[in-house]
Design a protein around this ligand. Structure first.
Ligand SMILES: Nc1ncnc2c1ncn2[C@@H]1O[C@H](COP(=O)(O)OP(=O)(O)OP(=O)(O)O)[C@@H](O)[C@H]1O
Length: 281
């Protein structure tokens, strides 16, 4: 919101040795909710994520940026074990959320994926009514014992996602009948309905027009008050508008992480500088 991406960045000496391996800037967050240490991901022989160390703070939005194929989505999907669904994928290292080891063999991924919800690039409502899209998760997680409680969860989730007023008179119509931007807010409401603590967003606006995008960005800013949010985006303007910290990935490595305003106006690493000034990627 406040940051402009500068094309006239003062060139700092290349700093290839940060506090943690190859990453420059500070990997630490105030009040961390997620801590990642020495995270590596392989798809078969392909070493897609290499030795990532990163903290993500409570009530912060962090943007993950970098050229196509650098591993942003792979890293994001590690945080709620979505990569478990890919047979060739192997993850090692340590990821903790609220000090709980996400990769512990005792971890049940069903509640984990409610606690760490995910919003995808393309809105993907279930082929059900607007009401049932939201009610489904709370039902299977046992969050409501009466119809009145379920109605309350549906309403409050849609309100938090800024969609209630637009859909309150058509709750029993199909979710797929909404506009693209409304469908994405429906998917966000669905994520919120199961009481997450962390929301992962993988290019949530890439299929949306500028007006729908602006609504989602405003919503992200509001959601930050209650949740921890990590967002993958190809739009540096979006990263600058929505996030407090930004992490720049390159060829599977976390090159630089810092305050968004610093990363965009005063990057420490030459690769970050090349990317944000459009010389690369
Ligand atoms: N399901 C998969 N199976 C095998 N390899 C994969 C899979 N998903 C990603 N990869 C590989 O992992 C690497 C990182 O891909 P990833 O999708 O995480 O990058 P990205 O930065 O999110 O890219 P983009 O911006 O294009 O979405 C790439 O080499 C990619 O080919």
């Amino acid at each position: 919101m406040k940051t402009l991406i500068s094309k006239n960045i003062s060139v700092k000496p290349l700093n290839l040795q940060g506090e943690m391996g190859a990453t420059v800037g500070s990997i630490h967050a105030d009040n961390p909710r997620i801590t990642c240490r020495n995270v590596n991901v392989f798809y078969g022989e392909n070493h897609a994520i290499q030795d990532i160390n990163l903290d993500i703070g409570t009530n912060e939005v962090i943007s993950l940026i970098g050229p196509s194929g650098c591993g942003k989505s792979t890293f994001l999907r590690c945080l709620n074990r979505m990569n478990d669904t890919v047979e060739s994928c192997r993850v090692n290292g340590e990821i903790k959320i609220d000090n709980v080891d996400v990769y512990s063999k005792h971890m049940d991924v069903v509640p984990l994926r409610a606690q760490v919800g995910m919003v995808f690039q393309k809105p993907n409502p279930f082929p059900k009514s607007i009401y049932d899209n939201i009610a489904y998760g709370p039902k299977i997680h046992g969050l409501a014992s009466t119809k009145a409680e379920l109605d309350q969860i549906v309403e409050s989730s849609l309100r938090k996602a800024g969609l209630w007023d637009e859909v309150k008179d058509r709750l029993h119509q199909p979710g797929t009948g909404l506009s693209g931007g409304q469908q994405q807010r429906l998917c966000i409401a669905r994520t919120l309905s199961v009481e997450p603590e962390v929301i992962l967003m993988d290019e949530p606006c890439s299929a949306l027009d500028p007006i729908a995008t602006a609504k989602i960005e405003q919503l992200i800013d509001e959601l930050r008050q209650r949740y921890t949010i990590a967002i993958v985006t190809h739009s540096m303007q979006q990263a600058a508008r929505v996030s407090q910290r930004t992490a720049y990935f390159h060829l599977g490595k976390l090159i630089e992480v810092g305050k968004t305003s610093d990363v965009f106006t005063n990057p420490l690493h030459e690769l970050t500088q090349d990317y944000i000034t459009g010389r690369f990627g």
